[in-house]
Design a protein around this ligand. Structure first.
Ligand SMILES: [Zn+2]
Length: 208
């Protein structure tokens, strides 16, 4: 009798593998992409991610987003859980208002189970139509998102909140969401993502 143990597809090389996290070869490559930094913004007390947004991590995120490979979230969240040190009352995702695939929401749906935390739907809404962040520089990203979110006071007042996303680039999304959450009475806001931009000099800009 033949048993096929390669039931999963490795999100980082698309080869069949025996576990959902990654194949052995990619596990070794991922070790070189581990992120050791955390950052903060005016309203986001601290944010971090397990990996640098580069190489196989970048490829996996792009495939996840553009081919809607929601099964990759299990691997992403395995690593997010391992690097998360934040204790929060509720988990929220980055809302979109166009009804399109929401990568942050897909991650949140798996992450809530891993972290055993309540996923608070409709805690925050996107009220402003924004340009695609892809084509913006650092300053433009902040201007673009200014006032883009409104939080629901009933759901966030007095709470410590963890925002999850797929990538942190300039942390402008984390800042704007944290700002809206705090305006509605949130106590403290943390941010976590699967990957973070290598360009850490941005963090200092945010703080000043
Ligand atoms: Zn692999």
């Amino acid at each position: 009798m033949f048993f096929n143990t390669n039931l999963y597809v490795c999100p980082y090389c698309y080869e069949k593998t025996s576990n959902y996290v990654s194949c052995e070869r990619c596990a070794n490559q991922l070790k070189n992409l581990v992120n050791v930094k955390s950052g903060s913004t005016k309203d986001c007390y601290s944010f971090t991610a397990p990996f640098i947004y580069k190489d196989i991590v970048r490829d996996a995120i792009l495939t996840f987003k553009f081919e809607k490979k929601i099964e990759y979230c299990k691997s992403f969240c395995y690593f997010i859980k391992a690097c998360n040190t934040y204790l929060a009352d509720i988990l929220v995702y980055v809302p979109n208002n166009d009804g399109k695939f929401n990568s942050s929401k897909e991650i949140a749906k798996i992450l809530k189970r891993k972290l055993k935390i309540k996923l608070q739907n409709n805690a925050i809404t996107k009220v402003k139509k924004t340009k695609c962040q892809h084509n913006c520089n650092f300053k433009e990203r902040y201007i673009n998102l200014n006032g883009a979110f409104i939080a629901n006071e009933k759901k966030v007042r007095g709470k410590t909140i963890l925002i999850c996303d797929d990538i942190i680039t300039t942390a402008s999304t984390m800042q704007e969401m944290a700002s809206a959450l705090k305006k509605s009475g949130a106590l403290k806001v943390f941010g976590i993502a699967f990957a973070i931009s290598e360009n850490s000099k941005n963090y200092n800009l945010i703080k000043s």
